[in-house]
Design a binder for this molecule. Sequence first.
Ligand code: AKB
Length: 330
Amino acid sequence: MVSSSKSKERTILITGAAGQIGIELIIQLRKRYGNKNVIGIGRTTPPLAVLNQQCPGPFYLGVDVRKMNDLEGILKKHKDIDTIYHLAAILSGEGEKNPLQCWDVNMNGTLTVLEFAKKNGISRVFIPSSIGAFGSDAPRQAPQDCAMHPSTMYGVTKVAGELLGDYYAKKYGMRVRGVRLPGVISSEAMPGGGTTDYAVEIFYEALKNGKYECYIDADTAMPMVYMPDAIKAMIDLCEFEETENKKLTHYCDFNVTAFSFTPRQLAQKIQLFIPDFQITYKPDFRQKIAESWPDNMLDTVARQEWEWKPSFTFEAMVQDMIEKLRDRKK
Ligand code: AKB
């Protein structure tokens, strides 16, 4: 559940709405603001069954976030858009396979969305950043503020995206905000192209085949969060109202995390529910990416400034994932 209780009226555009986070964000925002007031755009076909069952509403495919005309076409149909969650992005693993495409989609998409918002008086823009913004010279427990020297193109676009968002917030007084998300674990839609995807795939494979070959080494730790908490963080920060006594000192780069674990530790937790589950390790190119990221992030600033607090522990997340996926099989 998202913490703030009273919902104001909003008309919200979500880019990348067919993705792992987009699908669940659209569901939560439609519950909160009404189905017709939350518009999804996406590159791939969304799991329509989930959306149509839970919250049918406007969804457009083939809209290119790099093209102002495409975005303005949506605005013609939905004139009251006042908030954008800009999720469309190429993730870290996919980005290393095609760095130029990663730069193009992530940077030109973000710039076009910000310009579109500025030009059309759209006051709120939320742009997620990532643990991928850190580089291997960051402390293993990455603080809110430290040198950012990522070694992936994804990371480069995430640091630049944070700075771009800050620029639009400071220069044009727009409400651009964002969090650095860790790996996000969820049961509704599969992630695609990321380094942390193993932490979702493992559950499906454990339940289906009782075994999983992991592309990350047994003892490489990465920070993670369960989807309901990730959604809560995004909506809470986007909706947070500053007052004289409560001002944000950051805009687009709040560290947010819930727990950190290694593949070995995750496998051990899953074995509590599926005792025969076997994991093997065959690291691929994503191992290097994982090693360049911190083991965890310190999210004290988010906790202090806008009262971020995850509700799911590592154990509670594993239990909930297994229950949800088992229920789906029935
Ligand atoms: C990825 O692995 O690329 C993403 C991320 C942590 O930003 N899940």
